[in-house]
Design a protein around this ligand. Structure first.
Ligand code: NA7
Length: 544
């Protein structure tokens, strides 16, 4: 191996060794491309390596939250629970790396500093922080959608004299909260998963809520042997349904609309969905939930009534009821005893809408109302989602064009896979693709397969440079917005919109047309000679 500061040449450089990076590396290797993956951490797993907070689990059933690309892999691996815990998911990522002998082509502890497209050579120069240069034809982001923590935007947080933890970067080996007074800031999925576990040790736990979330019970349980066998028997059909579905898991919204049925029937349908313990279940009960305000309000009120029935103190229950955005327009949370936790005498809820946080002090957290003293504060304040990891690298395309500048008013992509002005650059689950709107594993597999096919096709046809055309990009961005605008999604201040990060442009980032229809579009683009892409062979380039 070449030493630091040297240049190494590859067909493809993949950034990241989470699930997307692992699969992309494996696929490109299978296709005969010399490939290296660069990973900032000291091991594989991506977001599942850092998000080690107690209670961290997937919110898509384990069978679905796994790869389908290798049949032996999917039949040999045994998931122990309906929703796997973070340690089990990380073990799975390590198993994938071992099984396909991927580590030999991953450079760990390696942060990319800069990536520059050299017009003359049609190659990328990728420079890492240790000064190594990677010369590559293709540059592929597999950096994940939820991998860069949102910087803590609360004044004085560094002055706190107790212990501070962030859900996105939890200490290895865990934390003992026994006998401590703990404050938790945030009530998104991470907080909702961790609060019921932390309270088992903490002396007092105070939750600071700015926006109440919709959470449905996970109804987690061990996977029985018979269930596993049944899944294995139907796996091919199951995966086909998932690939062509809206959310990357089998199932579709019912065709009926909310007010077509009687109030009693509606209630029965909601109850049935609630009892399934699955994230998309309530959204699939009627076809108009994500498009019609009244329909959404009906199902939202059903969830609020559940909260009111669980939480004994009426004022606390009312504060926990989400009212400021439509159900499903921020990712629904799956919980295990979250609402029940607020019935414990040592758990308190602070409504930041009534008394906002003024700042963190040496002793604790000060709201406009009073100061709360803590021994430990947990920040479960989320991520700079979808674009944070991409613009975190200084990427320069054709003519020195800066990706950060190009995206200053929000990300612009063609198919969420490519960017005009940035030839031979690909993004796995980039903004403008279904990504976080569905099961990430299904989204990753579709993008990895498409990218692998695209590179193979380019090689076969002698194409040296492939680049999204500006018109195709503009049309795609318009389509992504048009589809989003026909729904209630843009109504929420969500990380889908970038509105959780101060100063980030407010643009609806994922494509919500559904994974199946999106797959068809991508397949059609490829089938039509990569419609919307400018392509240049080495010979054309030389004579240009
Ligand atoms: P989320 O869903 O972005 O949640 C972050 C939470 O932190 C949310 O309740 C925020 O309130 C709150 N927050 C963020 N900054 C502040 C400040 N400054 N003051 C008070 N409260 C704040 O992140 P998660 O990690 O929970 O989940 C992300 C995804 O991971 C999730 O959707 C699953 O797909 C897995 P806000 O809503 O902004 O008012």
């Amino acid at each position: 191996m070449a030493g630091k500061g040297a240049t190494q040449s590859f067909d493809a450089v993949v950034i990241g060794a989470g699930f997307a990076g692992l699969h992309m590396l494996h696929r490109l290797r299978q296709l005969g491309f010399s490939t290296v993956a660069l990973e900032v951490a000291d091991g594989v797993g991506g977001t599942w390596r850092h998000n080690r907070y107690p209670g961290a689990r997937c919110d898509i059933q384990s069978f679905d939250y796994s790869f389908s690309f290798d049949d032996e892999l999917q039949t040999e691996w045994v998931w122990s629970e309906k929703y796997a815990t973070q340690p089990e998911i990380l073990r799975y990522a390590n198993h994938v790396a071992d099984r396909f002998d991927l580590r030999r082509d991953i450079r760990f502890n390696t942060r990319v500093k800069m990536a520059r497209f050299d017009d003359a050579r049609s190659r990328w120069d990728v420079e890492t922080e240790d000064g190594t240069h990677y010369d590559t034809q293709f540059y592929i982001f597999a950096t994940g959608c939820l991998s860069v923590p949102k910087a803590v935007d609360i004044e004085g947080y560094e002055t706190f004299e107790g212990r501070s933890y962030h859900s996105t970067d939890w200490p290895e080996g865990g934390v003992d909260f026994t006998g401590l007074r703990v404050g938790v800031i945030g009530t998104g999925s991470s907080a909702i998963q961790t609060i019921p576990i932390v309270v088992e040790q903490a002396k007092e736990l105070t939750v600071f809520q700015r926006t109440a979330a919709y959470a449905v019970p996970a109804l987690n349980r061990p996977v029985e042997a018979a269930e596993r066998e049944a899944w294995i028997a139907k796996r091919h059909a199951h995966r086909d349904l998932a690939r062509n579905s809206l959310f990357g898991v089998p199932g579709a919204p019912m065709e009926r609309t909310t007010f077509e049925v009687s109030a009693e029937e509606r209630q029965r349908i909601y109850e049935e969905a609630w009892e399934r313990g699955e994230l998309p279940a309530l959204m699939m009960t009627f076809s108009d939930i994500l498009a019609d305000e009244a329909a959404n309000e009906a199902v939202a009120e059903f969830v609020r009534n559940k909260i009111r029935a669980i939480v004994k103190d009426p004022e606390t229950a009312e504060t926990l009821c989400p009212k400021s955005f439509p159900l499903g327009t921020k990712r629904i949370c799956l919980d295990t005893n979250y609402y029940q936790t607020f019935n414990k005498p040592n758990v308190h809820l602070v409504d930041l809408r009534k008394s906002p946080i003024e700042g963190v002090t040496p002793k604790g957290i000060k709201t406009t109302d009073r100061e709360y003293e803590f021994d430990a504060i947990i920040y479960a304040t989320g991520f700079d989602a979808m674009t944070g990891a991409i613009v975190g690298v200084d990427v320069r395309g054709r003519g020195g064009l800066e990706l950060r500048k190009k995206w200053a008013d929000g990300p612009r992509t063609y198919l969420g896979l490519t960017v005009s002005g940035f030839p031979n650059l690909f993004m796995i689950t980039g903004p403008g693709s279904p990504s976080v709107m569905c099961n990430m594993m299904s989204a990753i597999e579709q993008h990895v397969e498409w990218t692998g096919d695209c590179l193979t096709d380019a090689r076969k046809r002698g194409v040296a440079v492939i680049e999204a055309m500006p018109d195709a990009e503009t049309e795609w961005v318009a389509h992504v917005n048009e589809v989003a605008d026909a729904t209630l999604f843009p109504r929420a201040n969500s990380w889908y919109m970038g509105s959780n990060v101060p100063g980030k442009p407010r643009v609806y980032m994922p494509y919500i047309g559904g994974l199946g229809p999106y797959r068809e579009i991508c397949t059609e683009v490829a089938g039509n000679g990569y419609r919307g892409f400018a392509q240049q062979s080495a010979r054309e380039k030389a004579s240009a």
